[in-house]
Design a protein around this ligand. Structure first.
Ligand code: FES
Length: 170
């Protein structure tokens, strides 16, 4: 991380932490904010957060590693999360998963080389009667079909300005 990026990170963490009055209950919101801004929680951020909340960095790491929506690995601009729980599984989750992999050109757990999309599985989204269900960032999509999932991905490709090629976003 460049010195200028470290300084920016420091300022961001101080500002986020101040908004939470550096109270321990503010730890998770601050980490969520960092995840949104930086698409991951850099090691430097964990140290900054620990300093701001006057706790040990291991405690911050414990929180980061506990929650699946926090990650030390940089994620794509759009995180596609497909529900893998039983109702969606029975409703055709596997076919949707294959379609997503074909459309984006990456496997689950991977991020496209341009950093635009990350493909992940998630647990139940509470839309069990409307499966298969998936999230793109905070947007929920239900009753997804092989056709609609491609349309959904293409709409995000257009939003991101990425080019569409056979077998993946570029
Ligand atoms: S099982 Fe997929 S939303 Fe509940």
């Amino acid at each position: 991380m460049l010195a200028s990026e470290k300084e920016q990170l420091h300022q961001d963490v101080v500002m986020f932490a101040e908004n939470c009055a550096s109270h321990r209950s503010g730890l998770l919101p601050v980490l969520q904010h960092i995840q949104r801004e930086y698409r991951h929680i850099p090691a430097e951020a964990m140290q900054e957060v620990a300093d701001a909340f006057n706790i040990h960095p291991a405690e911050v790491y414990g929180v980061v590693s506990f929650y699946s929506f926090l990650s030390t690995k940089r994620k794509g601009k759009f995180i596609v999360r497909l529900c893998k729980t039983i109702s969606c599984d029975l409703a055709g989750k596997n076919g949707i998963a294959t379609q997503l992999e074909n459309d984006l050109g990456v496997k689950f757990g991977q991020t496209t080389p341009d950093g635009k999309f990350t493909l992940e599985y998630t647990h139940c989204l509470g839309m069990c009667d409307q499966g298969p269900a998936m999230l793109v960032n905070d947007e929920v999509y239900s009753k997804v079909t092989l056709e609609s999932v491609t349309d959904i991905i293409e709409s995000y490709i257009r939003k991101s300005g990425a080019h569409v090629t056979q077998g993946g976003a570029e």
